[in-house]
Design a protein around this ligand. Structure first.
Ligand code: NAD
Length: 323
């Protein structure tokens, strides 16, 4: 039986990936600081451990896995990443996880490892025009990410590429663009825009108002988690080594995102714009390279994913007795 290791298996993308790989028939080991928040892990084996510790990494990689997926990171939405308050923790924690995991994999002769980088590595100066952001893979250098979260991702991309060049590891790197969906964090400060929007709308009375950070004219694209997994698996098993975008190219403003969630909720709410951490002005996934290298790119409409996510969050809000 083929074996897989999923690091960050208690998190949003990692827990979805564990389910997907179990459905494919793999023996799956997960590692994380915590169990998945929504439902029991499907992993055959789950190590509760801190991957900043090289000993835990060696324990997790006690055999030569067929595939390793590295999702573990100190991570959150704009409220966590763009305030600046968590920069030292993000760089220290995520940097150590990547340094230690990669070394443990190399020592066990693991041949194939996937690393989840981010669109946050792209230079800020290419993302000032909300209608025309440039996120082509080759535009990453000269580097100028707008957050230390982005700088750590860029450092780690280079680390993985160096292990590829020097030790022949088959390294696969995706630059994810805003992945969202059911069973993702929806409160507590680490949630991302789609989940935060759905929560606010679920809590509001029809005809009331919701708060939106900034003027809502900043643009982004959002990819539903199922298509993220599909792209990640296709990339990992492909022959393409360089970093590649995995994201939707259906660019919307944050105001339009709110409208989609309101449509799913069947509510009409007034948008009240307030100050808040924002990130770059515009961002969209450039999917030419992934289409060229894998013959595949995400195609599902955002409206569909937002409707699923809204209904799931509305149920969570009810379960938590917040409405
Ligand atoms: P998440 O926060 O839900 O999952 C990350 C998991 O890593 C968490 O469960 C956390 O407990 C675990 N972790 C953190 N530090 C650890 C440590 N020291 N030891 C063991 N486990 C540790 O985030 P996610 O949305 O599932 O993202 C997964 C990966 O994809 C991350 O690397 C993230 O940076 C990247 N990414 C995600 C998005 C997105 O929109 N979700 C976008 C770009 C990149």
């Amino acid at each position: 039986m083929k074996t897989v290791l999923v690091c960050g298996a208690g998190g949003f993308i990692g827990s979805h990936m564990v389910k997907r790989l179990k459905n494919e028939g793999f023996w799956v080991r997960g590692v994380d600081l915590k169990f998945p928040e929504f439902g029991k892990t499907q992993a055959d084996d789950f190590i509760m451990g801190d991957l900043r510790d090289p000993y835990v990494c060696r324990q997790a990689v006690d055999r030569k896995f067929d595939e390793v997926y590295q999702f573990a990171a100190d991570m959150g939405g704009a409220g966590f990443v763009f305030t600046g308050d968590n920069d030292a923790a993000i760089m220290h924690n995520s940097g150590l996880v990547n340094l230690n995991m990669l070394d443990a994999c190399h020592k066990r002769n693991v041949k194939r490892i996937f690393y989840s980088s981010s669109a946050c590595i792209y230079p800020e100066h290419n993302q000032l025009d909300p209608d025309n952001p440039n996120c082509e893979e080759s535009s990453a250098y000269p580097a100028n990410p707008d957050s230390d979260y982005g700088w750590e991702k860029l450092f780690s991309e280079r680390l993985y590429m160096a292990y590829h060049r020097n030790y022949g590891m088959e390294v696969r790197i995706a630059r994810y663009h805003n992945i969202f969906g059911i069973e993702g964090t929806w409160r507590g400060g680490r949630e991302k825009a789609p989940a935060a929007m759905c929560r606010k709308i679920a809590l509001a009375k029809d005809g009331g108002e919701i708060e939106i950070w900034g003027d809502g004219k900043q643009t982004r694209s959002f990819l539903y988690v199922d298509e993220c997994l599909e792209g990640t698996i296709r990339l990992t098993r492909s022959g393409w080594t360089g970093p590649v975008n995995i994201g939707s190219d259906e660019m919307v403003t944050i105001n339009q995102l709110a409208d989609m969630a309101m449509e799913a909720a069947g509510k009409k709410l007034t948008k009240h714009h307030i100050d808040g951490p924002l990130g770059v002005r515009g961002r969209n996934s450039d999917n030419r390279l992934i289409h060229d290298k894998l013959g595949w790119r995400p195609t599902r409409p955002l409206r569909e994913g937002m409707a699923k996510t809204y209904h799931w969050i509305e149920e969570e809000v009810k379960k938590a007795k917040l409405i």
